[in-house]
Design a protein around this ligand. Structure first.
Ligand code: NZQ
Ligand code: ZN
Length: 387
């Protein structure tokens, strides 16, 4: 296990009705808040009205940014920056899933930057002064509620790029599982796949001696396997929503990658290329790509970890590592299918037209991955095998 520094500074307000407490949390930073949200799900389920009521009780002025799309666009970020500057906003509150929270992080870093916010995503600008942010999570998936990462799409350039900094971790995040009762089957399942994928990205490395991190990772995967299917039949099951919600935060708050050099992140890099062009739901893209990636990177070097995964997570009994690993990969694909997630690009109407462009984009800053380094040719092969 390598030396590490671990910071998970976000205050988590977990459980029913914790939204009641956000007034005090925000008032510590000022009296004007940018309230950011998506396409209206929070209006339908009553959360919007509740948030306004709580903010009014603390005499907080509200400026609104609505209509943030899934795979959030740079235009929403620019609009948010304009609103923050014009209204001298003190704090940004995002109410929604990963897209809303990612968007407010990008706004937060752009407010005090003179250039265009897209510069942060193409490595042209370094993150400086940020506006404080908080989140009310309504969809368990990305872990954005407890990390400093943001992923933004640019439709003009057909790019989807990530940026991030510890200073972008939300000051607080409200995790009330009841707010996720209304998430539909597709988004719920995509969220479960995303949580599992975040664990995969940090679990499949060649680091040694990280038993405790691996055990936590395997526990989070088993949580998804236990409760994911429950949610498809029983969306208002509090225990299942609560476990998946906390799993989403734990899967990508830095915990399971402690003591390791890096996570792999190749599959996420490839998926972002797919969703940049096709606007595909992130978790659906991962459901297609991860089993293919696992098989592609299977080699003498990587087989012990893939076999460990198969045995500890899926209870595979094979003595032979290679056979065990293959069975673990098959079980992964079968599980995603059982969640009604796609496992081929064809299923979501994607053909081979842009494979070259996507591979180019994924390797824009050089080869990707650490479990197995992948160049453009490898990414093309993975995408072709995903058809
Ligand atoms: O826009 P509204 O009307 O709110 O509807 C949303 C949206 O259509 C809906 N939804 C959210 N909460 C709901 C609800 N519908 C009913 N009831 C509720 N309670 O769900 C749809 C999808 O929302 P979105 O926020 O896009 O989903 P998700 O949380 O999966 O976020 C995906 C985005 O996060 C990025 C992805 O690439 C993608 O752009 N990621 C961010 C990461 C991070 N910041 O660490 C890491 C991830 O790997 C990922 O890349
Ligand atoms: Zn993800």
């Amino acid at each position: 296990m390598k030396n590490f520094t671990y910071l998970a500074s976000t205050k988590i307000l977990f459980g029913k009705n914790r939204v009641e407490e956000i007034g005090n949390e925000i008032a510590a930073f000022g009296q004007t808040v940018l309230l950011a949200y998506g396409g209206g799900s929070i209006k339908k389920n009553g959360l919007y009205a509740k948030v306004l009521q709580v903010l009014e009780r603390s005499s907080i002025n509200v400026v609104e940014l609505s209509g943030i799309q899934p795979n959030p666009r740079i235009e929403s970020v620019r609009e948010g920056i304009r609103l923050c500057r014009e209204n001298k906003v003190d704090f940004i509150l995002g109410v929604g899933g990963g897209s809303v929270i990612d968007c407010i992080k990008a706004i937060s870093m752009g407010v005090h930057y003179e250039g265009d916010a897209w510069d942060f995503f193409i490595r042209k600008a370094k993150i400086g002064k940020v506006l404080p942010i908080g989140a009310i999570l309504t969809l368990a998936a990305t872990g954005s509620e407890m990390n400093g990462n943001t992923v933004i799409s640019n439709e003009e350039t057909l790019e989807k790029r990530a940026s991030g900094h510890d200073s972008l971790r939300p000051i607080f995040s409200v995790l009330d599982p009841t707010y996720t009762f209304t998430v539909n089957t597709w988004q719920t399942a995509a969220g479960v796949v995303d949580v599992m994928s975040h664990i995969f990205e940090q679990y499949f490395t060649l680091d040694a001696g990280t038993f405790v991190q691996d055990a936590m990772a395997e526990g989070i995967l088993k949580t998804c396997i236990k409760y994911g299917p429950t949610l498809l039949d029983d969306p208002e099951n509090y225990e299942a929503r609560a476990n998946i919600m906390w799993a989403s935060s734990l899967a990508l708050n830095g915990l399971t990658v402690t003591g390791k050099m890096y996570g792999d992140w190749a599959t996420h890099g490839i998926e972002h290329e797919v969703s940049a062009i096709y606007d595909l739901t992130h978790g659906a893209g991962l459901s297609i790509l991860f089993p293919v990636w696992m098989k592609y990177v299977l080699s003498d070097r990587t087989v012990p970890k893939l076999a460990q995964y198969a045995r500890n997570v899926w209870g595979v009994g094979h003595m032979d590592d290679h056979e065990a690993a293959l069975e673990g990969i098959d079980k992964t694909r079968a599980f995603f299918t059982s969640l009604k997630m796609p496992t081929t690009l064809n299923e979501v109407n994607i053909d081979d037209k842009y494979i070259g462009q996507m591979a180019e984009g994924a390797c824009k800053f050089g080869p990707i991955g650490v479990f197995q380094k992948l160049g453009k040719v490898d990414v093309e092969a993975i995408l072709s095998q995903s058809l």
